[in-house]
Ligand binder design. Structure first.
Ligand SMILES: [Zn+2]
Length: 102
């Protein structure tokens, strides 16, 4: 996989693979999260209130008003429904496969 340059938010187009979001540590594992890519709705920028999933620990997170991450409440996680759980399971599967190879 080659390196891809990530543009500043104002230069990003919807077709870019990921959006730069303000650096914020995952409130669960502390890893820096500064990119977000769309999984459920094609090519949409993240907005406050959207759910996200930490690529490192699979915690369900929510973008706050400054697009920094906070833990999702139980209610928000429940509202994400089957689609959100599917994303979490997919990332967990990817992480397990990645750890086996590295
Ligand atoms: Zn995390």
């Amino acid at each position: 996989m080659g390196k891809r340059r990530v543009k500043k938010p104002e230069d990003q187009k919807p077709e870019d693979w990921a959006y730069t979001v303000p650096d914020s540590g995952c409130p669960n594992c502390g890893k820096v999260l500064d990119r977000a890519s769309e999984t459920l709705r094609e090519k949409k920028k993240p907005k406050p209130g959207d759910c996200s999933v930490c690529m490192y620990c699979c915690a369900v997170l929510v973008f706050d008003d400054n697009l920094r991450m906070r833990r999702a409440t139980l209610r928000e996680r429940t509202e994400g429904g089957a689609q959100l759980e599917h994303v979490v399971r997919t990332i967990e599967k990817f992480n397990r496969a990645w750890r086996r190879q590295n």
